[in-house]
Design a binder for this molecule. Structure first.
Ligand SMILES: [Zn+2]
Length: 414
C-alpha cells in the first residue's frame, strides 16, 4: 500500500530524501529447496512530512506478510540485550513507584525478556505478540503471552482479566505500527488514567542520520522517530511526553515516557532533546539529501572493498544475520559472489538462505572451522560483544569488516 499522506498529521505534503531501491522483507529467509521460488521486492524509500516533520516509509507492506508465523527474531540472545532489559524494568519500577501486583503489559513482547524483569520486580505481567512460535517459547517460560497484534480484542481480553495497566511498554514496536491513531486509542483504553505510563523505545532518527545507520531502515520500520512531531501528535490524545532517556542499544535509541496530560511533572530531558532536534535541522531538505549522498558513498566504498578482496581470492563471510544486515546486503547487492556464507546465533535462521541475495546461514561455529580471511559484521551495533566472542578467530589471523558508520577493518594488534 502506497502512503500518500503523513501518518501523523494527514497532510499530503511529503518529500523523499532517501531511496534504497527495492527490497524483499528482511525476515523472509528461504529454505534451500525454495531457492528458485520467486521473491517479492517492495520499495524502501523514506519521506519527510513538510508539515509536521515526521519521517516515514511511503510504502506499507501488509503486516501478514512481515510478521509471519515463524518470526525469526529472538530478543534474548545477547548479553548486552539482557542487561539492557533488566535496567529498563528496574529503573522504570523505581522511577514510577510501581508496586507489587501492578500490571505491566509489553506489546511485541517477543520471548519475554523485558517482562521477566518486571516479574522479578513482583509486577503482574502480560505480553502481546503476533508471532506464534515466539509466543510458544514465552508461554513455556512462564511469561503469559497473548498471541495477537495489539488490537481492540487483545485490549478487551487484558482489561477483563487484569484491569488497567500501570505500565505499558513497546520496545521497537511503535515504529512498526501503521495506524498509530488506532494504536494510541487502544493504549488510552488500557492505561491507568492518572498513574499509567506508556514507554516506547525506538531507534532515534537523529542518531540514524549522525551515524549513517541507513541499514536500520527496513519494511518493518514504517516510521523514523523524532520527538517534536510526536509531541504534537500525542496532544490529540491528551497525552504528553514526560521524560526521554538516550540509550546505546541498536546504534542509539531513545526511551520515551508518556502519560496523561498533567499526571507527572515533565523532566528537563524533554526540552533538551527538542532543542537538539531543532539544532540538527532534521527537517531541512539540504541536510537530508546530504545524508542520502553519504549513504550512497558508503555503499560504493563497501562494494569496492569487497570487489578488491574477492579479486585477490580472499574468502569473505557475513557474521550475524540481523534484519538490518538484510537491508545492507540487498542495498549493496553483496550476494554469494562476495560472501561464502553468513553465520547466526539464532537457530531459527540456521540452515536457511538470506532474503534476496540467498546467502546460506550457518551457526557461529562455522567461522572457526573454515577460517575465512574476512568477516563482515552485520550486527555492528553489537560489535564489541561479537568480537569478544570471536577472539579465537582474530588470533588465527581473521579480520573483521565493520560496515557502518564508516567501513573499517579490524585485525589483531600484534
Ligand atoms: Zn505530518
Amino acid at each position: 500500500m502506497i502512503l500518500y499522506k503523513c501518518r501523523l498529521c494527514d497532510k499530503k505534503n511529503m518529500f523523499k530524501f532517501l531511496d534504497l531501491g527495492f527490497h524483499p522483507p528482511s525476515d523472509q529467509f528461504k529454505k534451500k529447496k525454495e531457492i528458485d521460488f520467486p521473491t517479492l521486492y517492495y520499495p524502501l524509500k523514506v519521506y519527510s512530512c513538510k508539515s509536521c516533520g515526521f519521517k516515514q516509509l511511503n510504502y506499507v507492506v501488509k503486516p501478514e506478510i512481515l510478521y509471519q508465523q515463524n518470526y525469526p527474531y529472538e530478543s534474548s540472545l545477547t548479553i548486552t540485550g539482557k542487561k539492557h532489559w533488566k535496567e529498563f524494568a528496574d529503573s522504570t519500577v523505581k522511577d514510577y513507584n510501581l508496586a507489587k501486583n501492578d500490571l505491566a503489559v509489553d506489546i511485541g513482547s517477543n520471548t519475554g525478556v523485558l517482562l521477566q524483569s518486571f516479574k522479578n520486580n513482583r509486577l503482574k505481567i502480560v505480553g502481546v505478540d503476533p508471532a506464534k512460535n515466539i509466543c510458544k517459547i514465552a508461554n513455556k517460560k512462564g511469561i503469559a503471552t497473548i498471541n495477537s497484534f495489539f488490537d481492540q480484542k487483545a485490549v478487551r481480553k487484558i482489561l477483563k482479566i487484569h484491569g488497567k495497566a500501570k505500565i505499558i511498554t513497546g520496545t521497537n514496536v511503535f515504529a512498526h505500527v501503521h495506524d498509530l491513531k488506532l494504536f494510541l486509542k487502544n493504549i488510552k483504553k488500557l492505561i491507568h488514567e492518572t498513574q499509567g505510563v506508556f514507554v516506547i523505545e525506538v531507534p532515534y532518527f537523529l542518531n540514524l542520520v549522525k551515524n549513517l545507520e541507513y541499514d536500520t531502515i527496513y519494511h518493518e520500520h514504517l516510521s523514523y522517530i523524532t520527538v517534536i512531531p510526536l509531541i504534537k501528535f500525542l496532544r490529540k490524545f491528551n497525552l504528553e511526553v514526560i521524560d526521554i532517556q538516550e540509550k546505546d542499544i541498536h546504534g542509539g535509541s531513545i526511551r520515551i515516557f508518556i502519560s496523561g496530560k498533567g499526571n507527572y511533572k515533565k523532566k528537563k530531558s524533554v526540552n533538551k532533546i527538542c532543542k537538539n532536534e531543532i539544532k540538527a535541522k532534521l527537517n531541512s531538505k539540504e541536510i537530508l539529501l546530504d545524508f542520502q549522498k553519504k549513504v550512497t558513498k558508503n555503499r560504493l566504498y563497501l562494494i569496492s572493498l569487497l570487489t578488491r578482496l574477492k579479486k585477490a581470492n580472499k574468502n569473505v563471510v557475513a557474521l550475524s544475520a540481523p534484519a538490518k544486515g538484510m537491508t545492507l546486503l540487498n542495498y549493496t547487492k553483496l550476494d554469494s559472489d562476495f560472501l561464502d556464507y553468513a553465520t547466526e546465533k539464532s537457530k531459527i535462521k540456521q540452515g536457511l538462505l538470506t532474503p534476496g541475495v540467498n546467502i546460506p546461514v550457518y551457526s557461529d561455529q562455522k567461522i572457526l572451522k573454515t577460517k575465512p580471511d574476512y568477516a563482515l559484521l552485520l550486527a555492528w551495533n553489537f560489535s564489541k560483544e561479537i568480537i569478544k566472542n570471536n577472539t579465537k578467530y582474530l588470533k588465527t589471523g581473521g579480520k573483521f569488516i565493520i560496515p557502518i558508520p564508516r567501513v573499517k577493518i579490524i585485525k589483531r594488534v600484534k
